[in-house]
Design a protein around this ligand. Sequence first.
Ligand code: 5OB
Length: 222
Amino acid sequence: MKIDAVTIFPDYFSPLQLSLLGKAQEQGLVEFGIHDLRSFSTDNHNTVDDTPYGGGAGMVMLPEVWGKALDPLMTHETDLIILTPAGKRFDQPMAASLSTSQHLVFACGRYEGIDDRVRQHYEGKNYRVHEVSIGDYVLGGGEVASLVMIEAITRLIPGVLGNPESLAEESHNEEGYLEYPNFTKPSVWRDLEVPAILLSGNHGEIAKWRAAQAAERAKKNL
Ligand code: 5OB
């Protein structure tokens, strides 16, 4: 998979060189291209934004600069992801769906966002465009949201996880993650004991206990 990101803060993407994602890149399972939006600006001040038509606070990112940055990246195999708090909420099914794409392009807006005609333009040319939010909270821009999505998506690419059993186990669970409480050594820590069932070796009973614990947690955290 090829993953491009366009941003005015390329340094935000240095964590892609670490841990699981760094190894996936070394193995050739994923290739990252990080592009500085400012290098596509056309004036001496490297301007990337301007005041909003209709008035209001903040700045809006210029469509001309975004067009110049995105045009050379877009193909009809591309999924263009525009990060915005007004987008569709990112979840595990969306991560699974995007993990089968050949090419993702993350457009990281700052300020009040990107001129909406950028979305209109690429949708109008029949490119696949997704406006995505990672949750209901305010961020300074799309960079951290992109990192969240990239980590969730790339770990689903075959070969990226060292131990594919953890993926198989996650897939038993609708949301795609483990919800029961976990314990490791020692069996007693600060007078707190690991539940005896987990030391029993009875895998059928352990699975039942974990399912019940997960259900209880899910109810509590709703
Ligand atoms: N808040 N998801 C939640 C987001 C967000 C803010 C963004 C982009 C995606 O940019 C300001």
